[in-house]
Design a protein around this ligand. Structure first.
Ligand code: GAL
Ligand code: CA
Length: 338
């Protein structure tokens, strides 16, 4: 008798677990602005892993940094009967026609990482945005510099009471580039430091371009004049570090060290932090961004209501899912290593 009760209880448990994880049969079509991007590769991997848990089908294509190609990819997903779309636009100002394509078909569309303008977001009821508040990452990276200069007065190498810095920006027009640049310097000023910009240029999120730009700055102002480097992402921070290392800096000699901060907390950046080459970064949470995007797409594709309960993330204004950033310093970087 007892045995039967146990078996019955186990069966009930199995059935209810299966109901809770009822596999979706949705086909979700996703476009990533380009595959050759370290952070977006992390988002892509998280999307795949989440769809594996959900049991549906996820197709992901590389838009190769070309908006017209991405537009065609969206058309192709629609004609093959995708149930929802996830789009990381090549050009965030070109999101409107993509929204219109989805709208014409009543198809849910989830934009990620490159935020469409509010008028586009407000023109359709089955549109969502999953991303992170760029201001937050700017502020946090600036604060890492503030904390460093407070703890290390000798970092003001020319002893003028000001921080002479280089800014390496992401892609022109990207909200993360504009806002990280603005808020990182604002945080340093709010932290009580005067700042002097010795150089400021874009390197399009790219490590190799950042090394080139940094070499240019070094030959223009001299490496000794530079007291800090702020980069809008980790790949560019690592690119700048390559240029510093070529001058004998950031190789372990404490008297030859220039604090460099990035954003993303990619594996190579955490590795550079562990070697003492890089001061800090900010976690841009690729895992949660990827998971949230797939959850929204699947719930909407299955005709469900996208709510905090159904996706497990809080939602602002019914359509924005903001994933928080976190400062990553020498004290906590190990937590983020996978
Ligand atoms: C940013 C990220 C960059 C780059 C960019 C692509 O959020 O920090 O590394 O991936 O997105 O749009
Ligand atoms: Ca100084």
């Amino acid at each position: 008798m007892k045995k039967h009760v146990v078996i019955l209880a186990a069966a009930v448990l199995v059935v209810s677990i299966m109901a809770a994880y009822a596999a979706t049969d949705a086909l979700v079509g996703a476009c990533i602005y380009k595959f050759d991007d370290t952070f977006m590769t992390g988002v892509r991997n998280a999307m795949r892993a989440e769809m594996e848990r959900q049991g549906g089908e996820l197709e992901i294509v590389d838009s190769q940094n070309r908006q017209p190609m991405q537009n065609d990819q969206v058309d192709a997903y629609i004609s093959k009967g995708a149930n929802a779309l996830i789009v990381n636009p090549v050009d965030r100002t070109a999101a409107e026609p993509l929204m219109n394509k989805a709208k014409a078909d009543g198809l849910p569309i989830v934009f990620i990482n490159r935020e469409p303008y509010a008028e586009v977001m407000n023109a359709y009821d089955k549109i969502w945005y999953v991303g992170a508040k760029a201001e937050e990452s700017g502020t946090q990276s600036g604060q890492i510099i503030v904390d460093y200069f407070k703890a290390h007065p000798e970092a003001d190498r020319n002893k003028d009471g000001k921080i002479q810095y280089i800014m390496i920006r992401g892609e022109q027009g990207h909200q993360d580039a504009t806002l990280r640049t603005e808020y990182s310097t604002k945080a340093i000023k709010d932290g009580g430091f005067e700042i002097v910009e010795l150089g400021n240029d874009t390197a399009n999120w790219d490590k190799v371009q950042a090394t080139d730009k940094m070499k240019g700055f070094i030959s223009a102002v001299g490496v000794d004049a530079i007291e800090a480097v702020l980069a809008n992402n980790d790949d560019m921070a690592l690119g700048a570090i390559e240029a510093l290392k070529a001058e004998g800096y950031n190789l372990g000699d404490a008297s030859k060290y220039i604090p460099v901060v990035g954003v993303d907390a990619t594996a190579p950046a955490l590795e550079a932090m562990s070697k003492g080459e890089m001061l800090g970064t900010v976690l841009n949470d690729a895992d949660n961004q990827g998971i949230a995007a797939v959850k929204v797409a699947v719930v909407a594709a299955d005709g469900g209501e996208v709510t905090e309960q159904s996706i497990g993330y809080s939602i602002t204004d019914g359509k924005y899912i903001w994933i928080p950033y976190r400062p990553v310093t020498v004290e906590n970087y190990k937590e983020f290593m996978k």
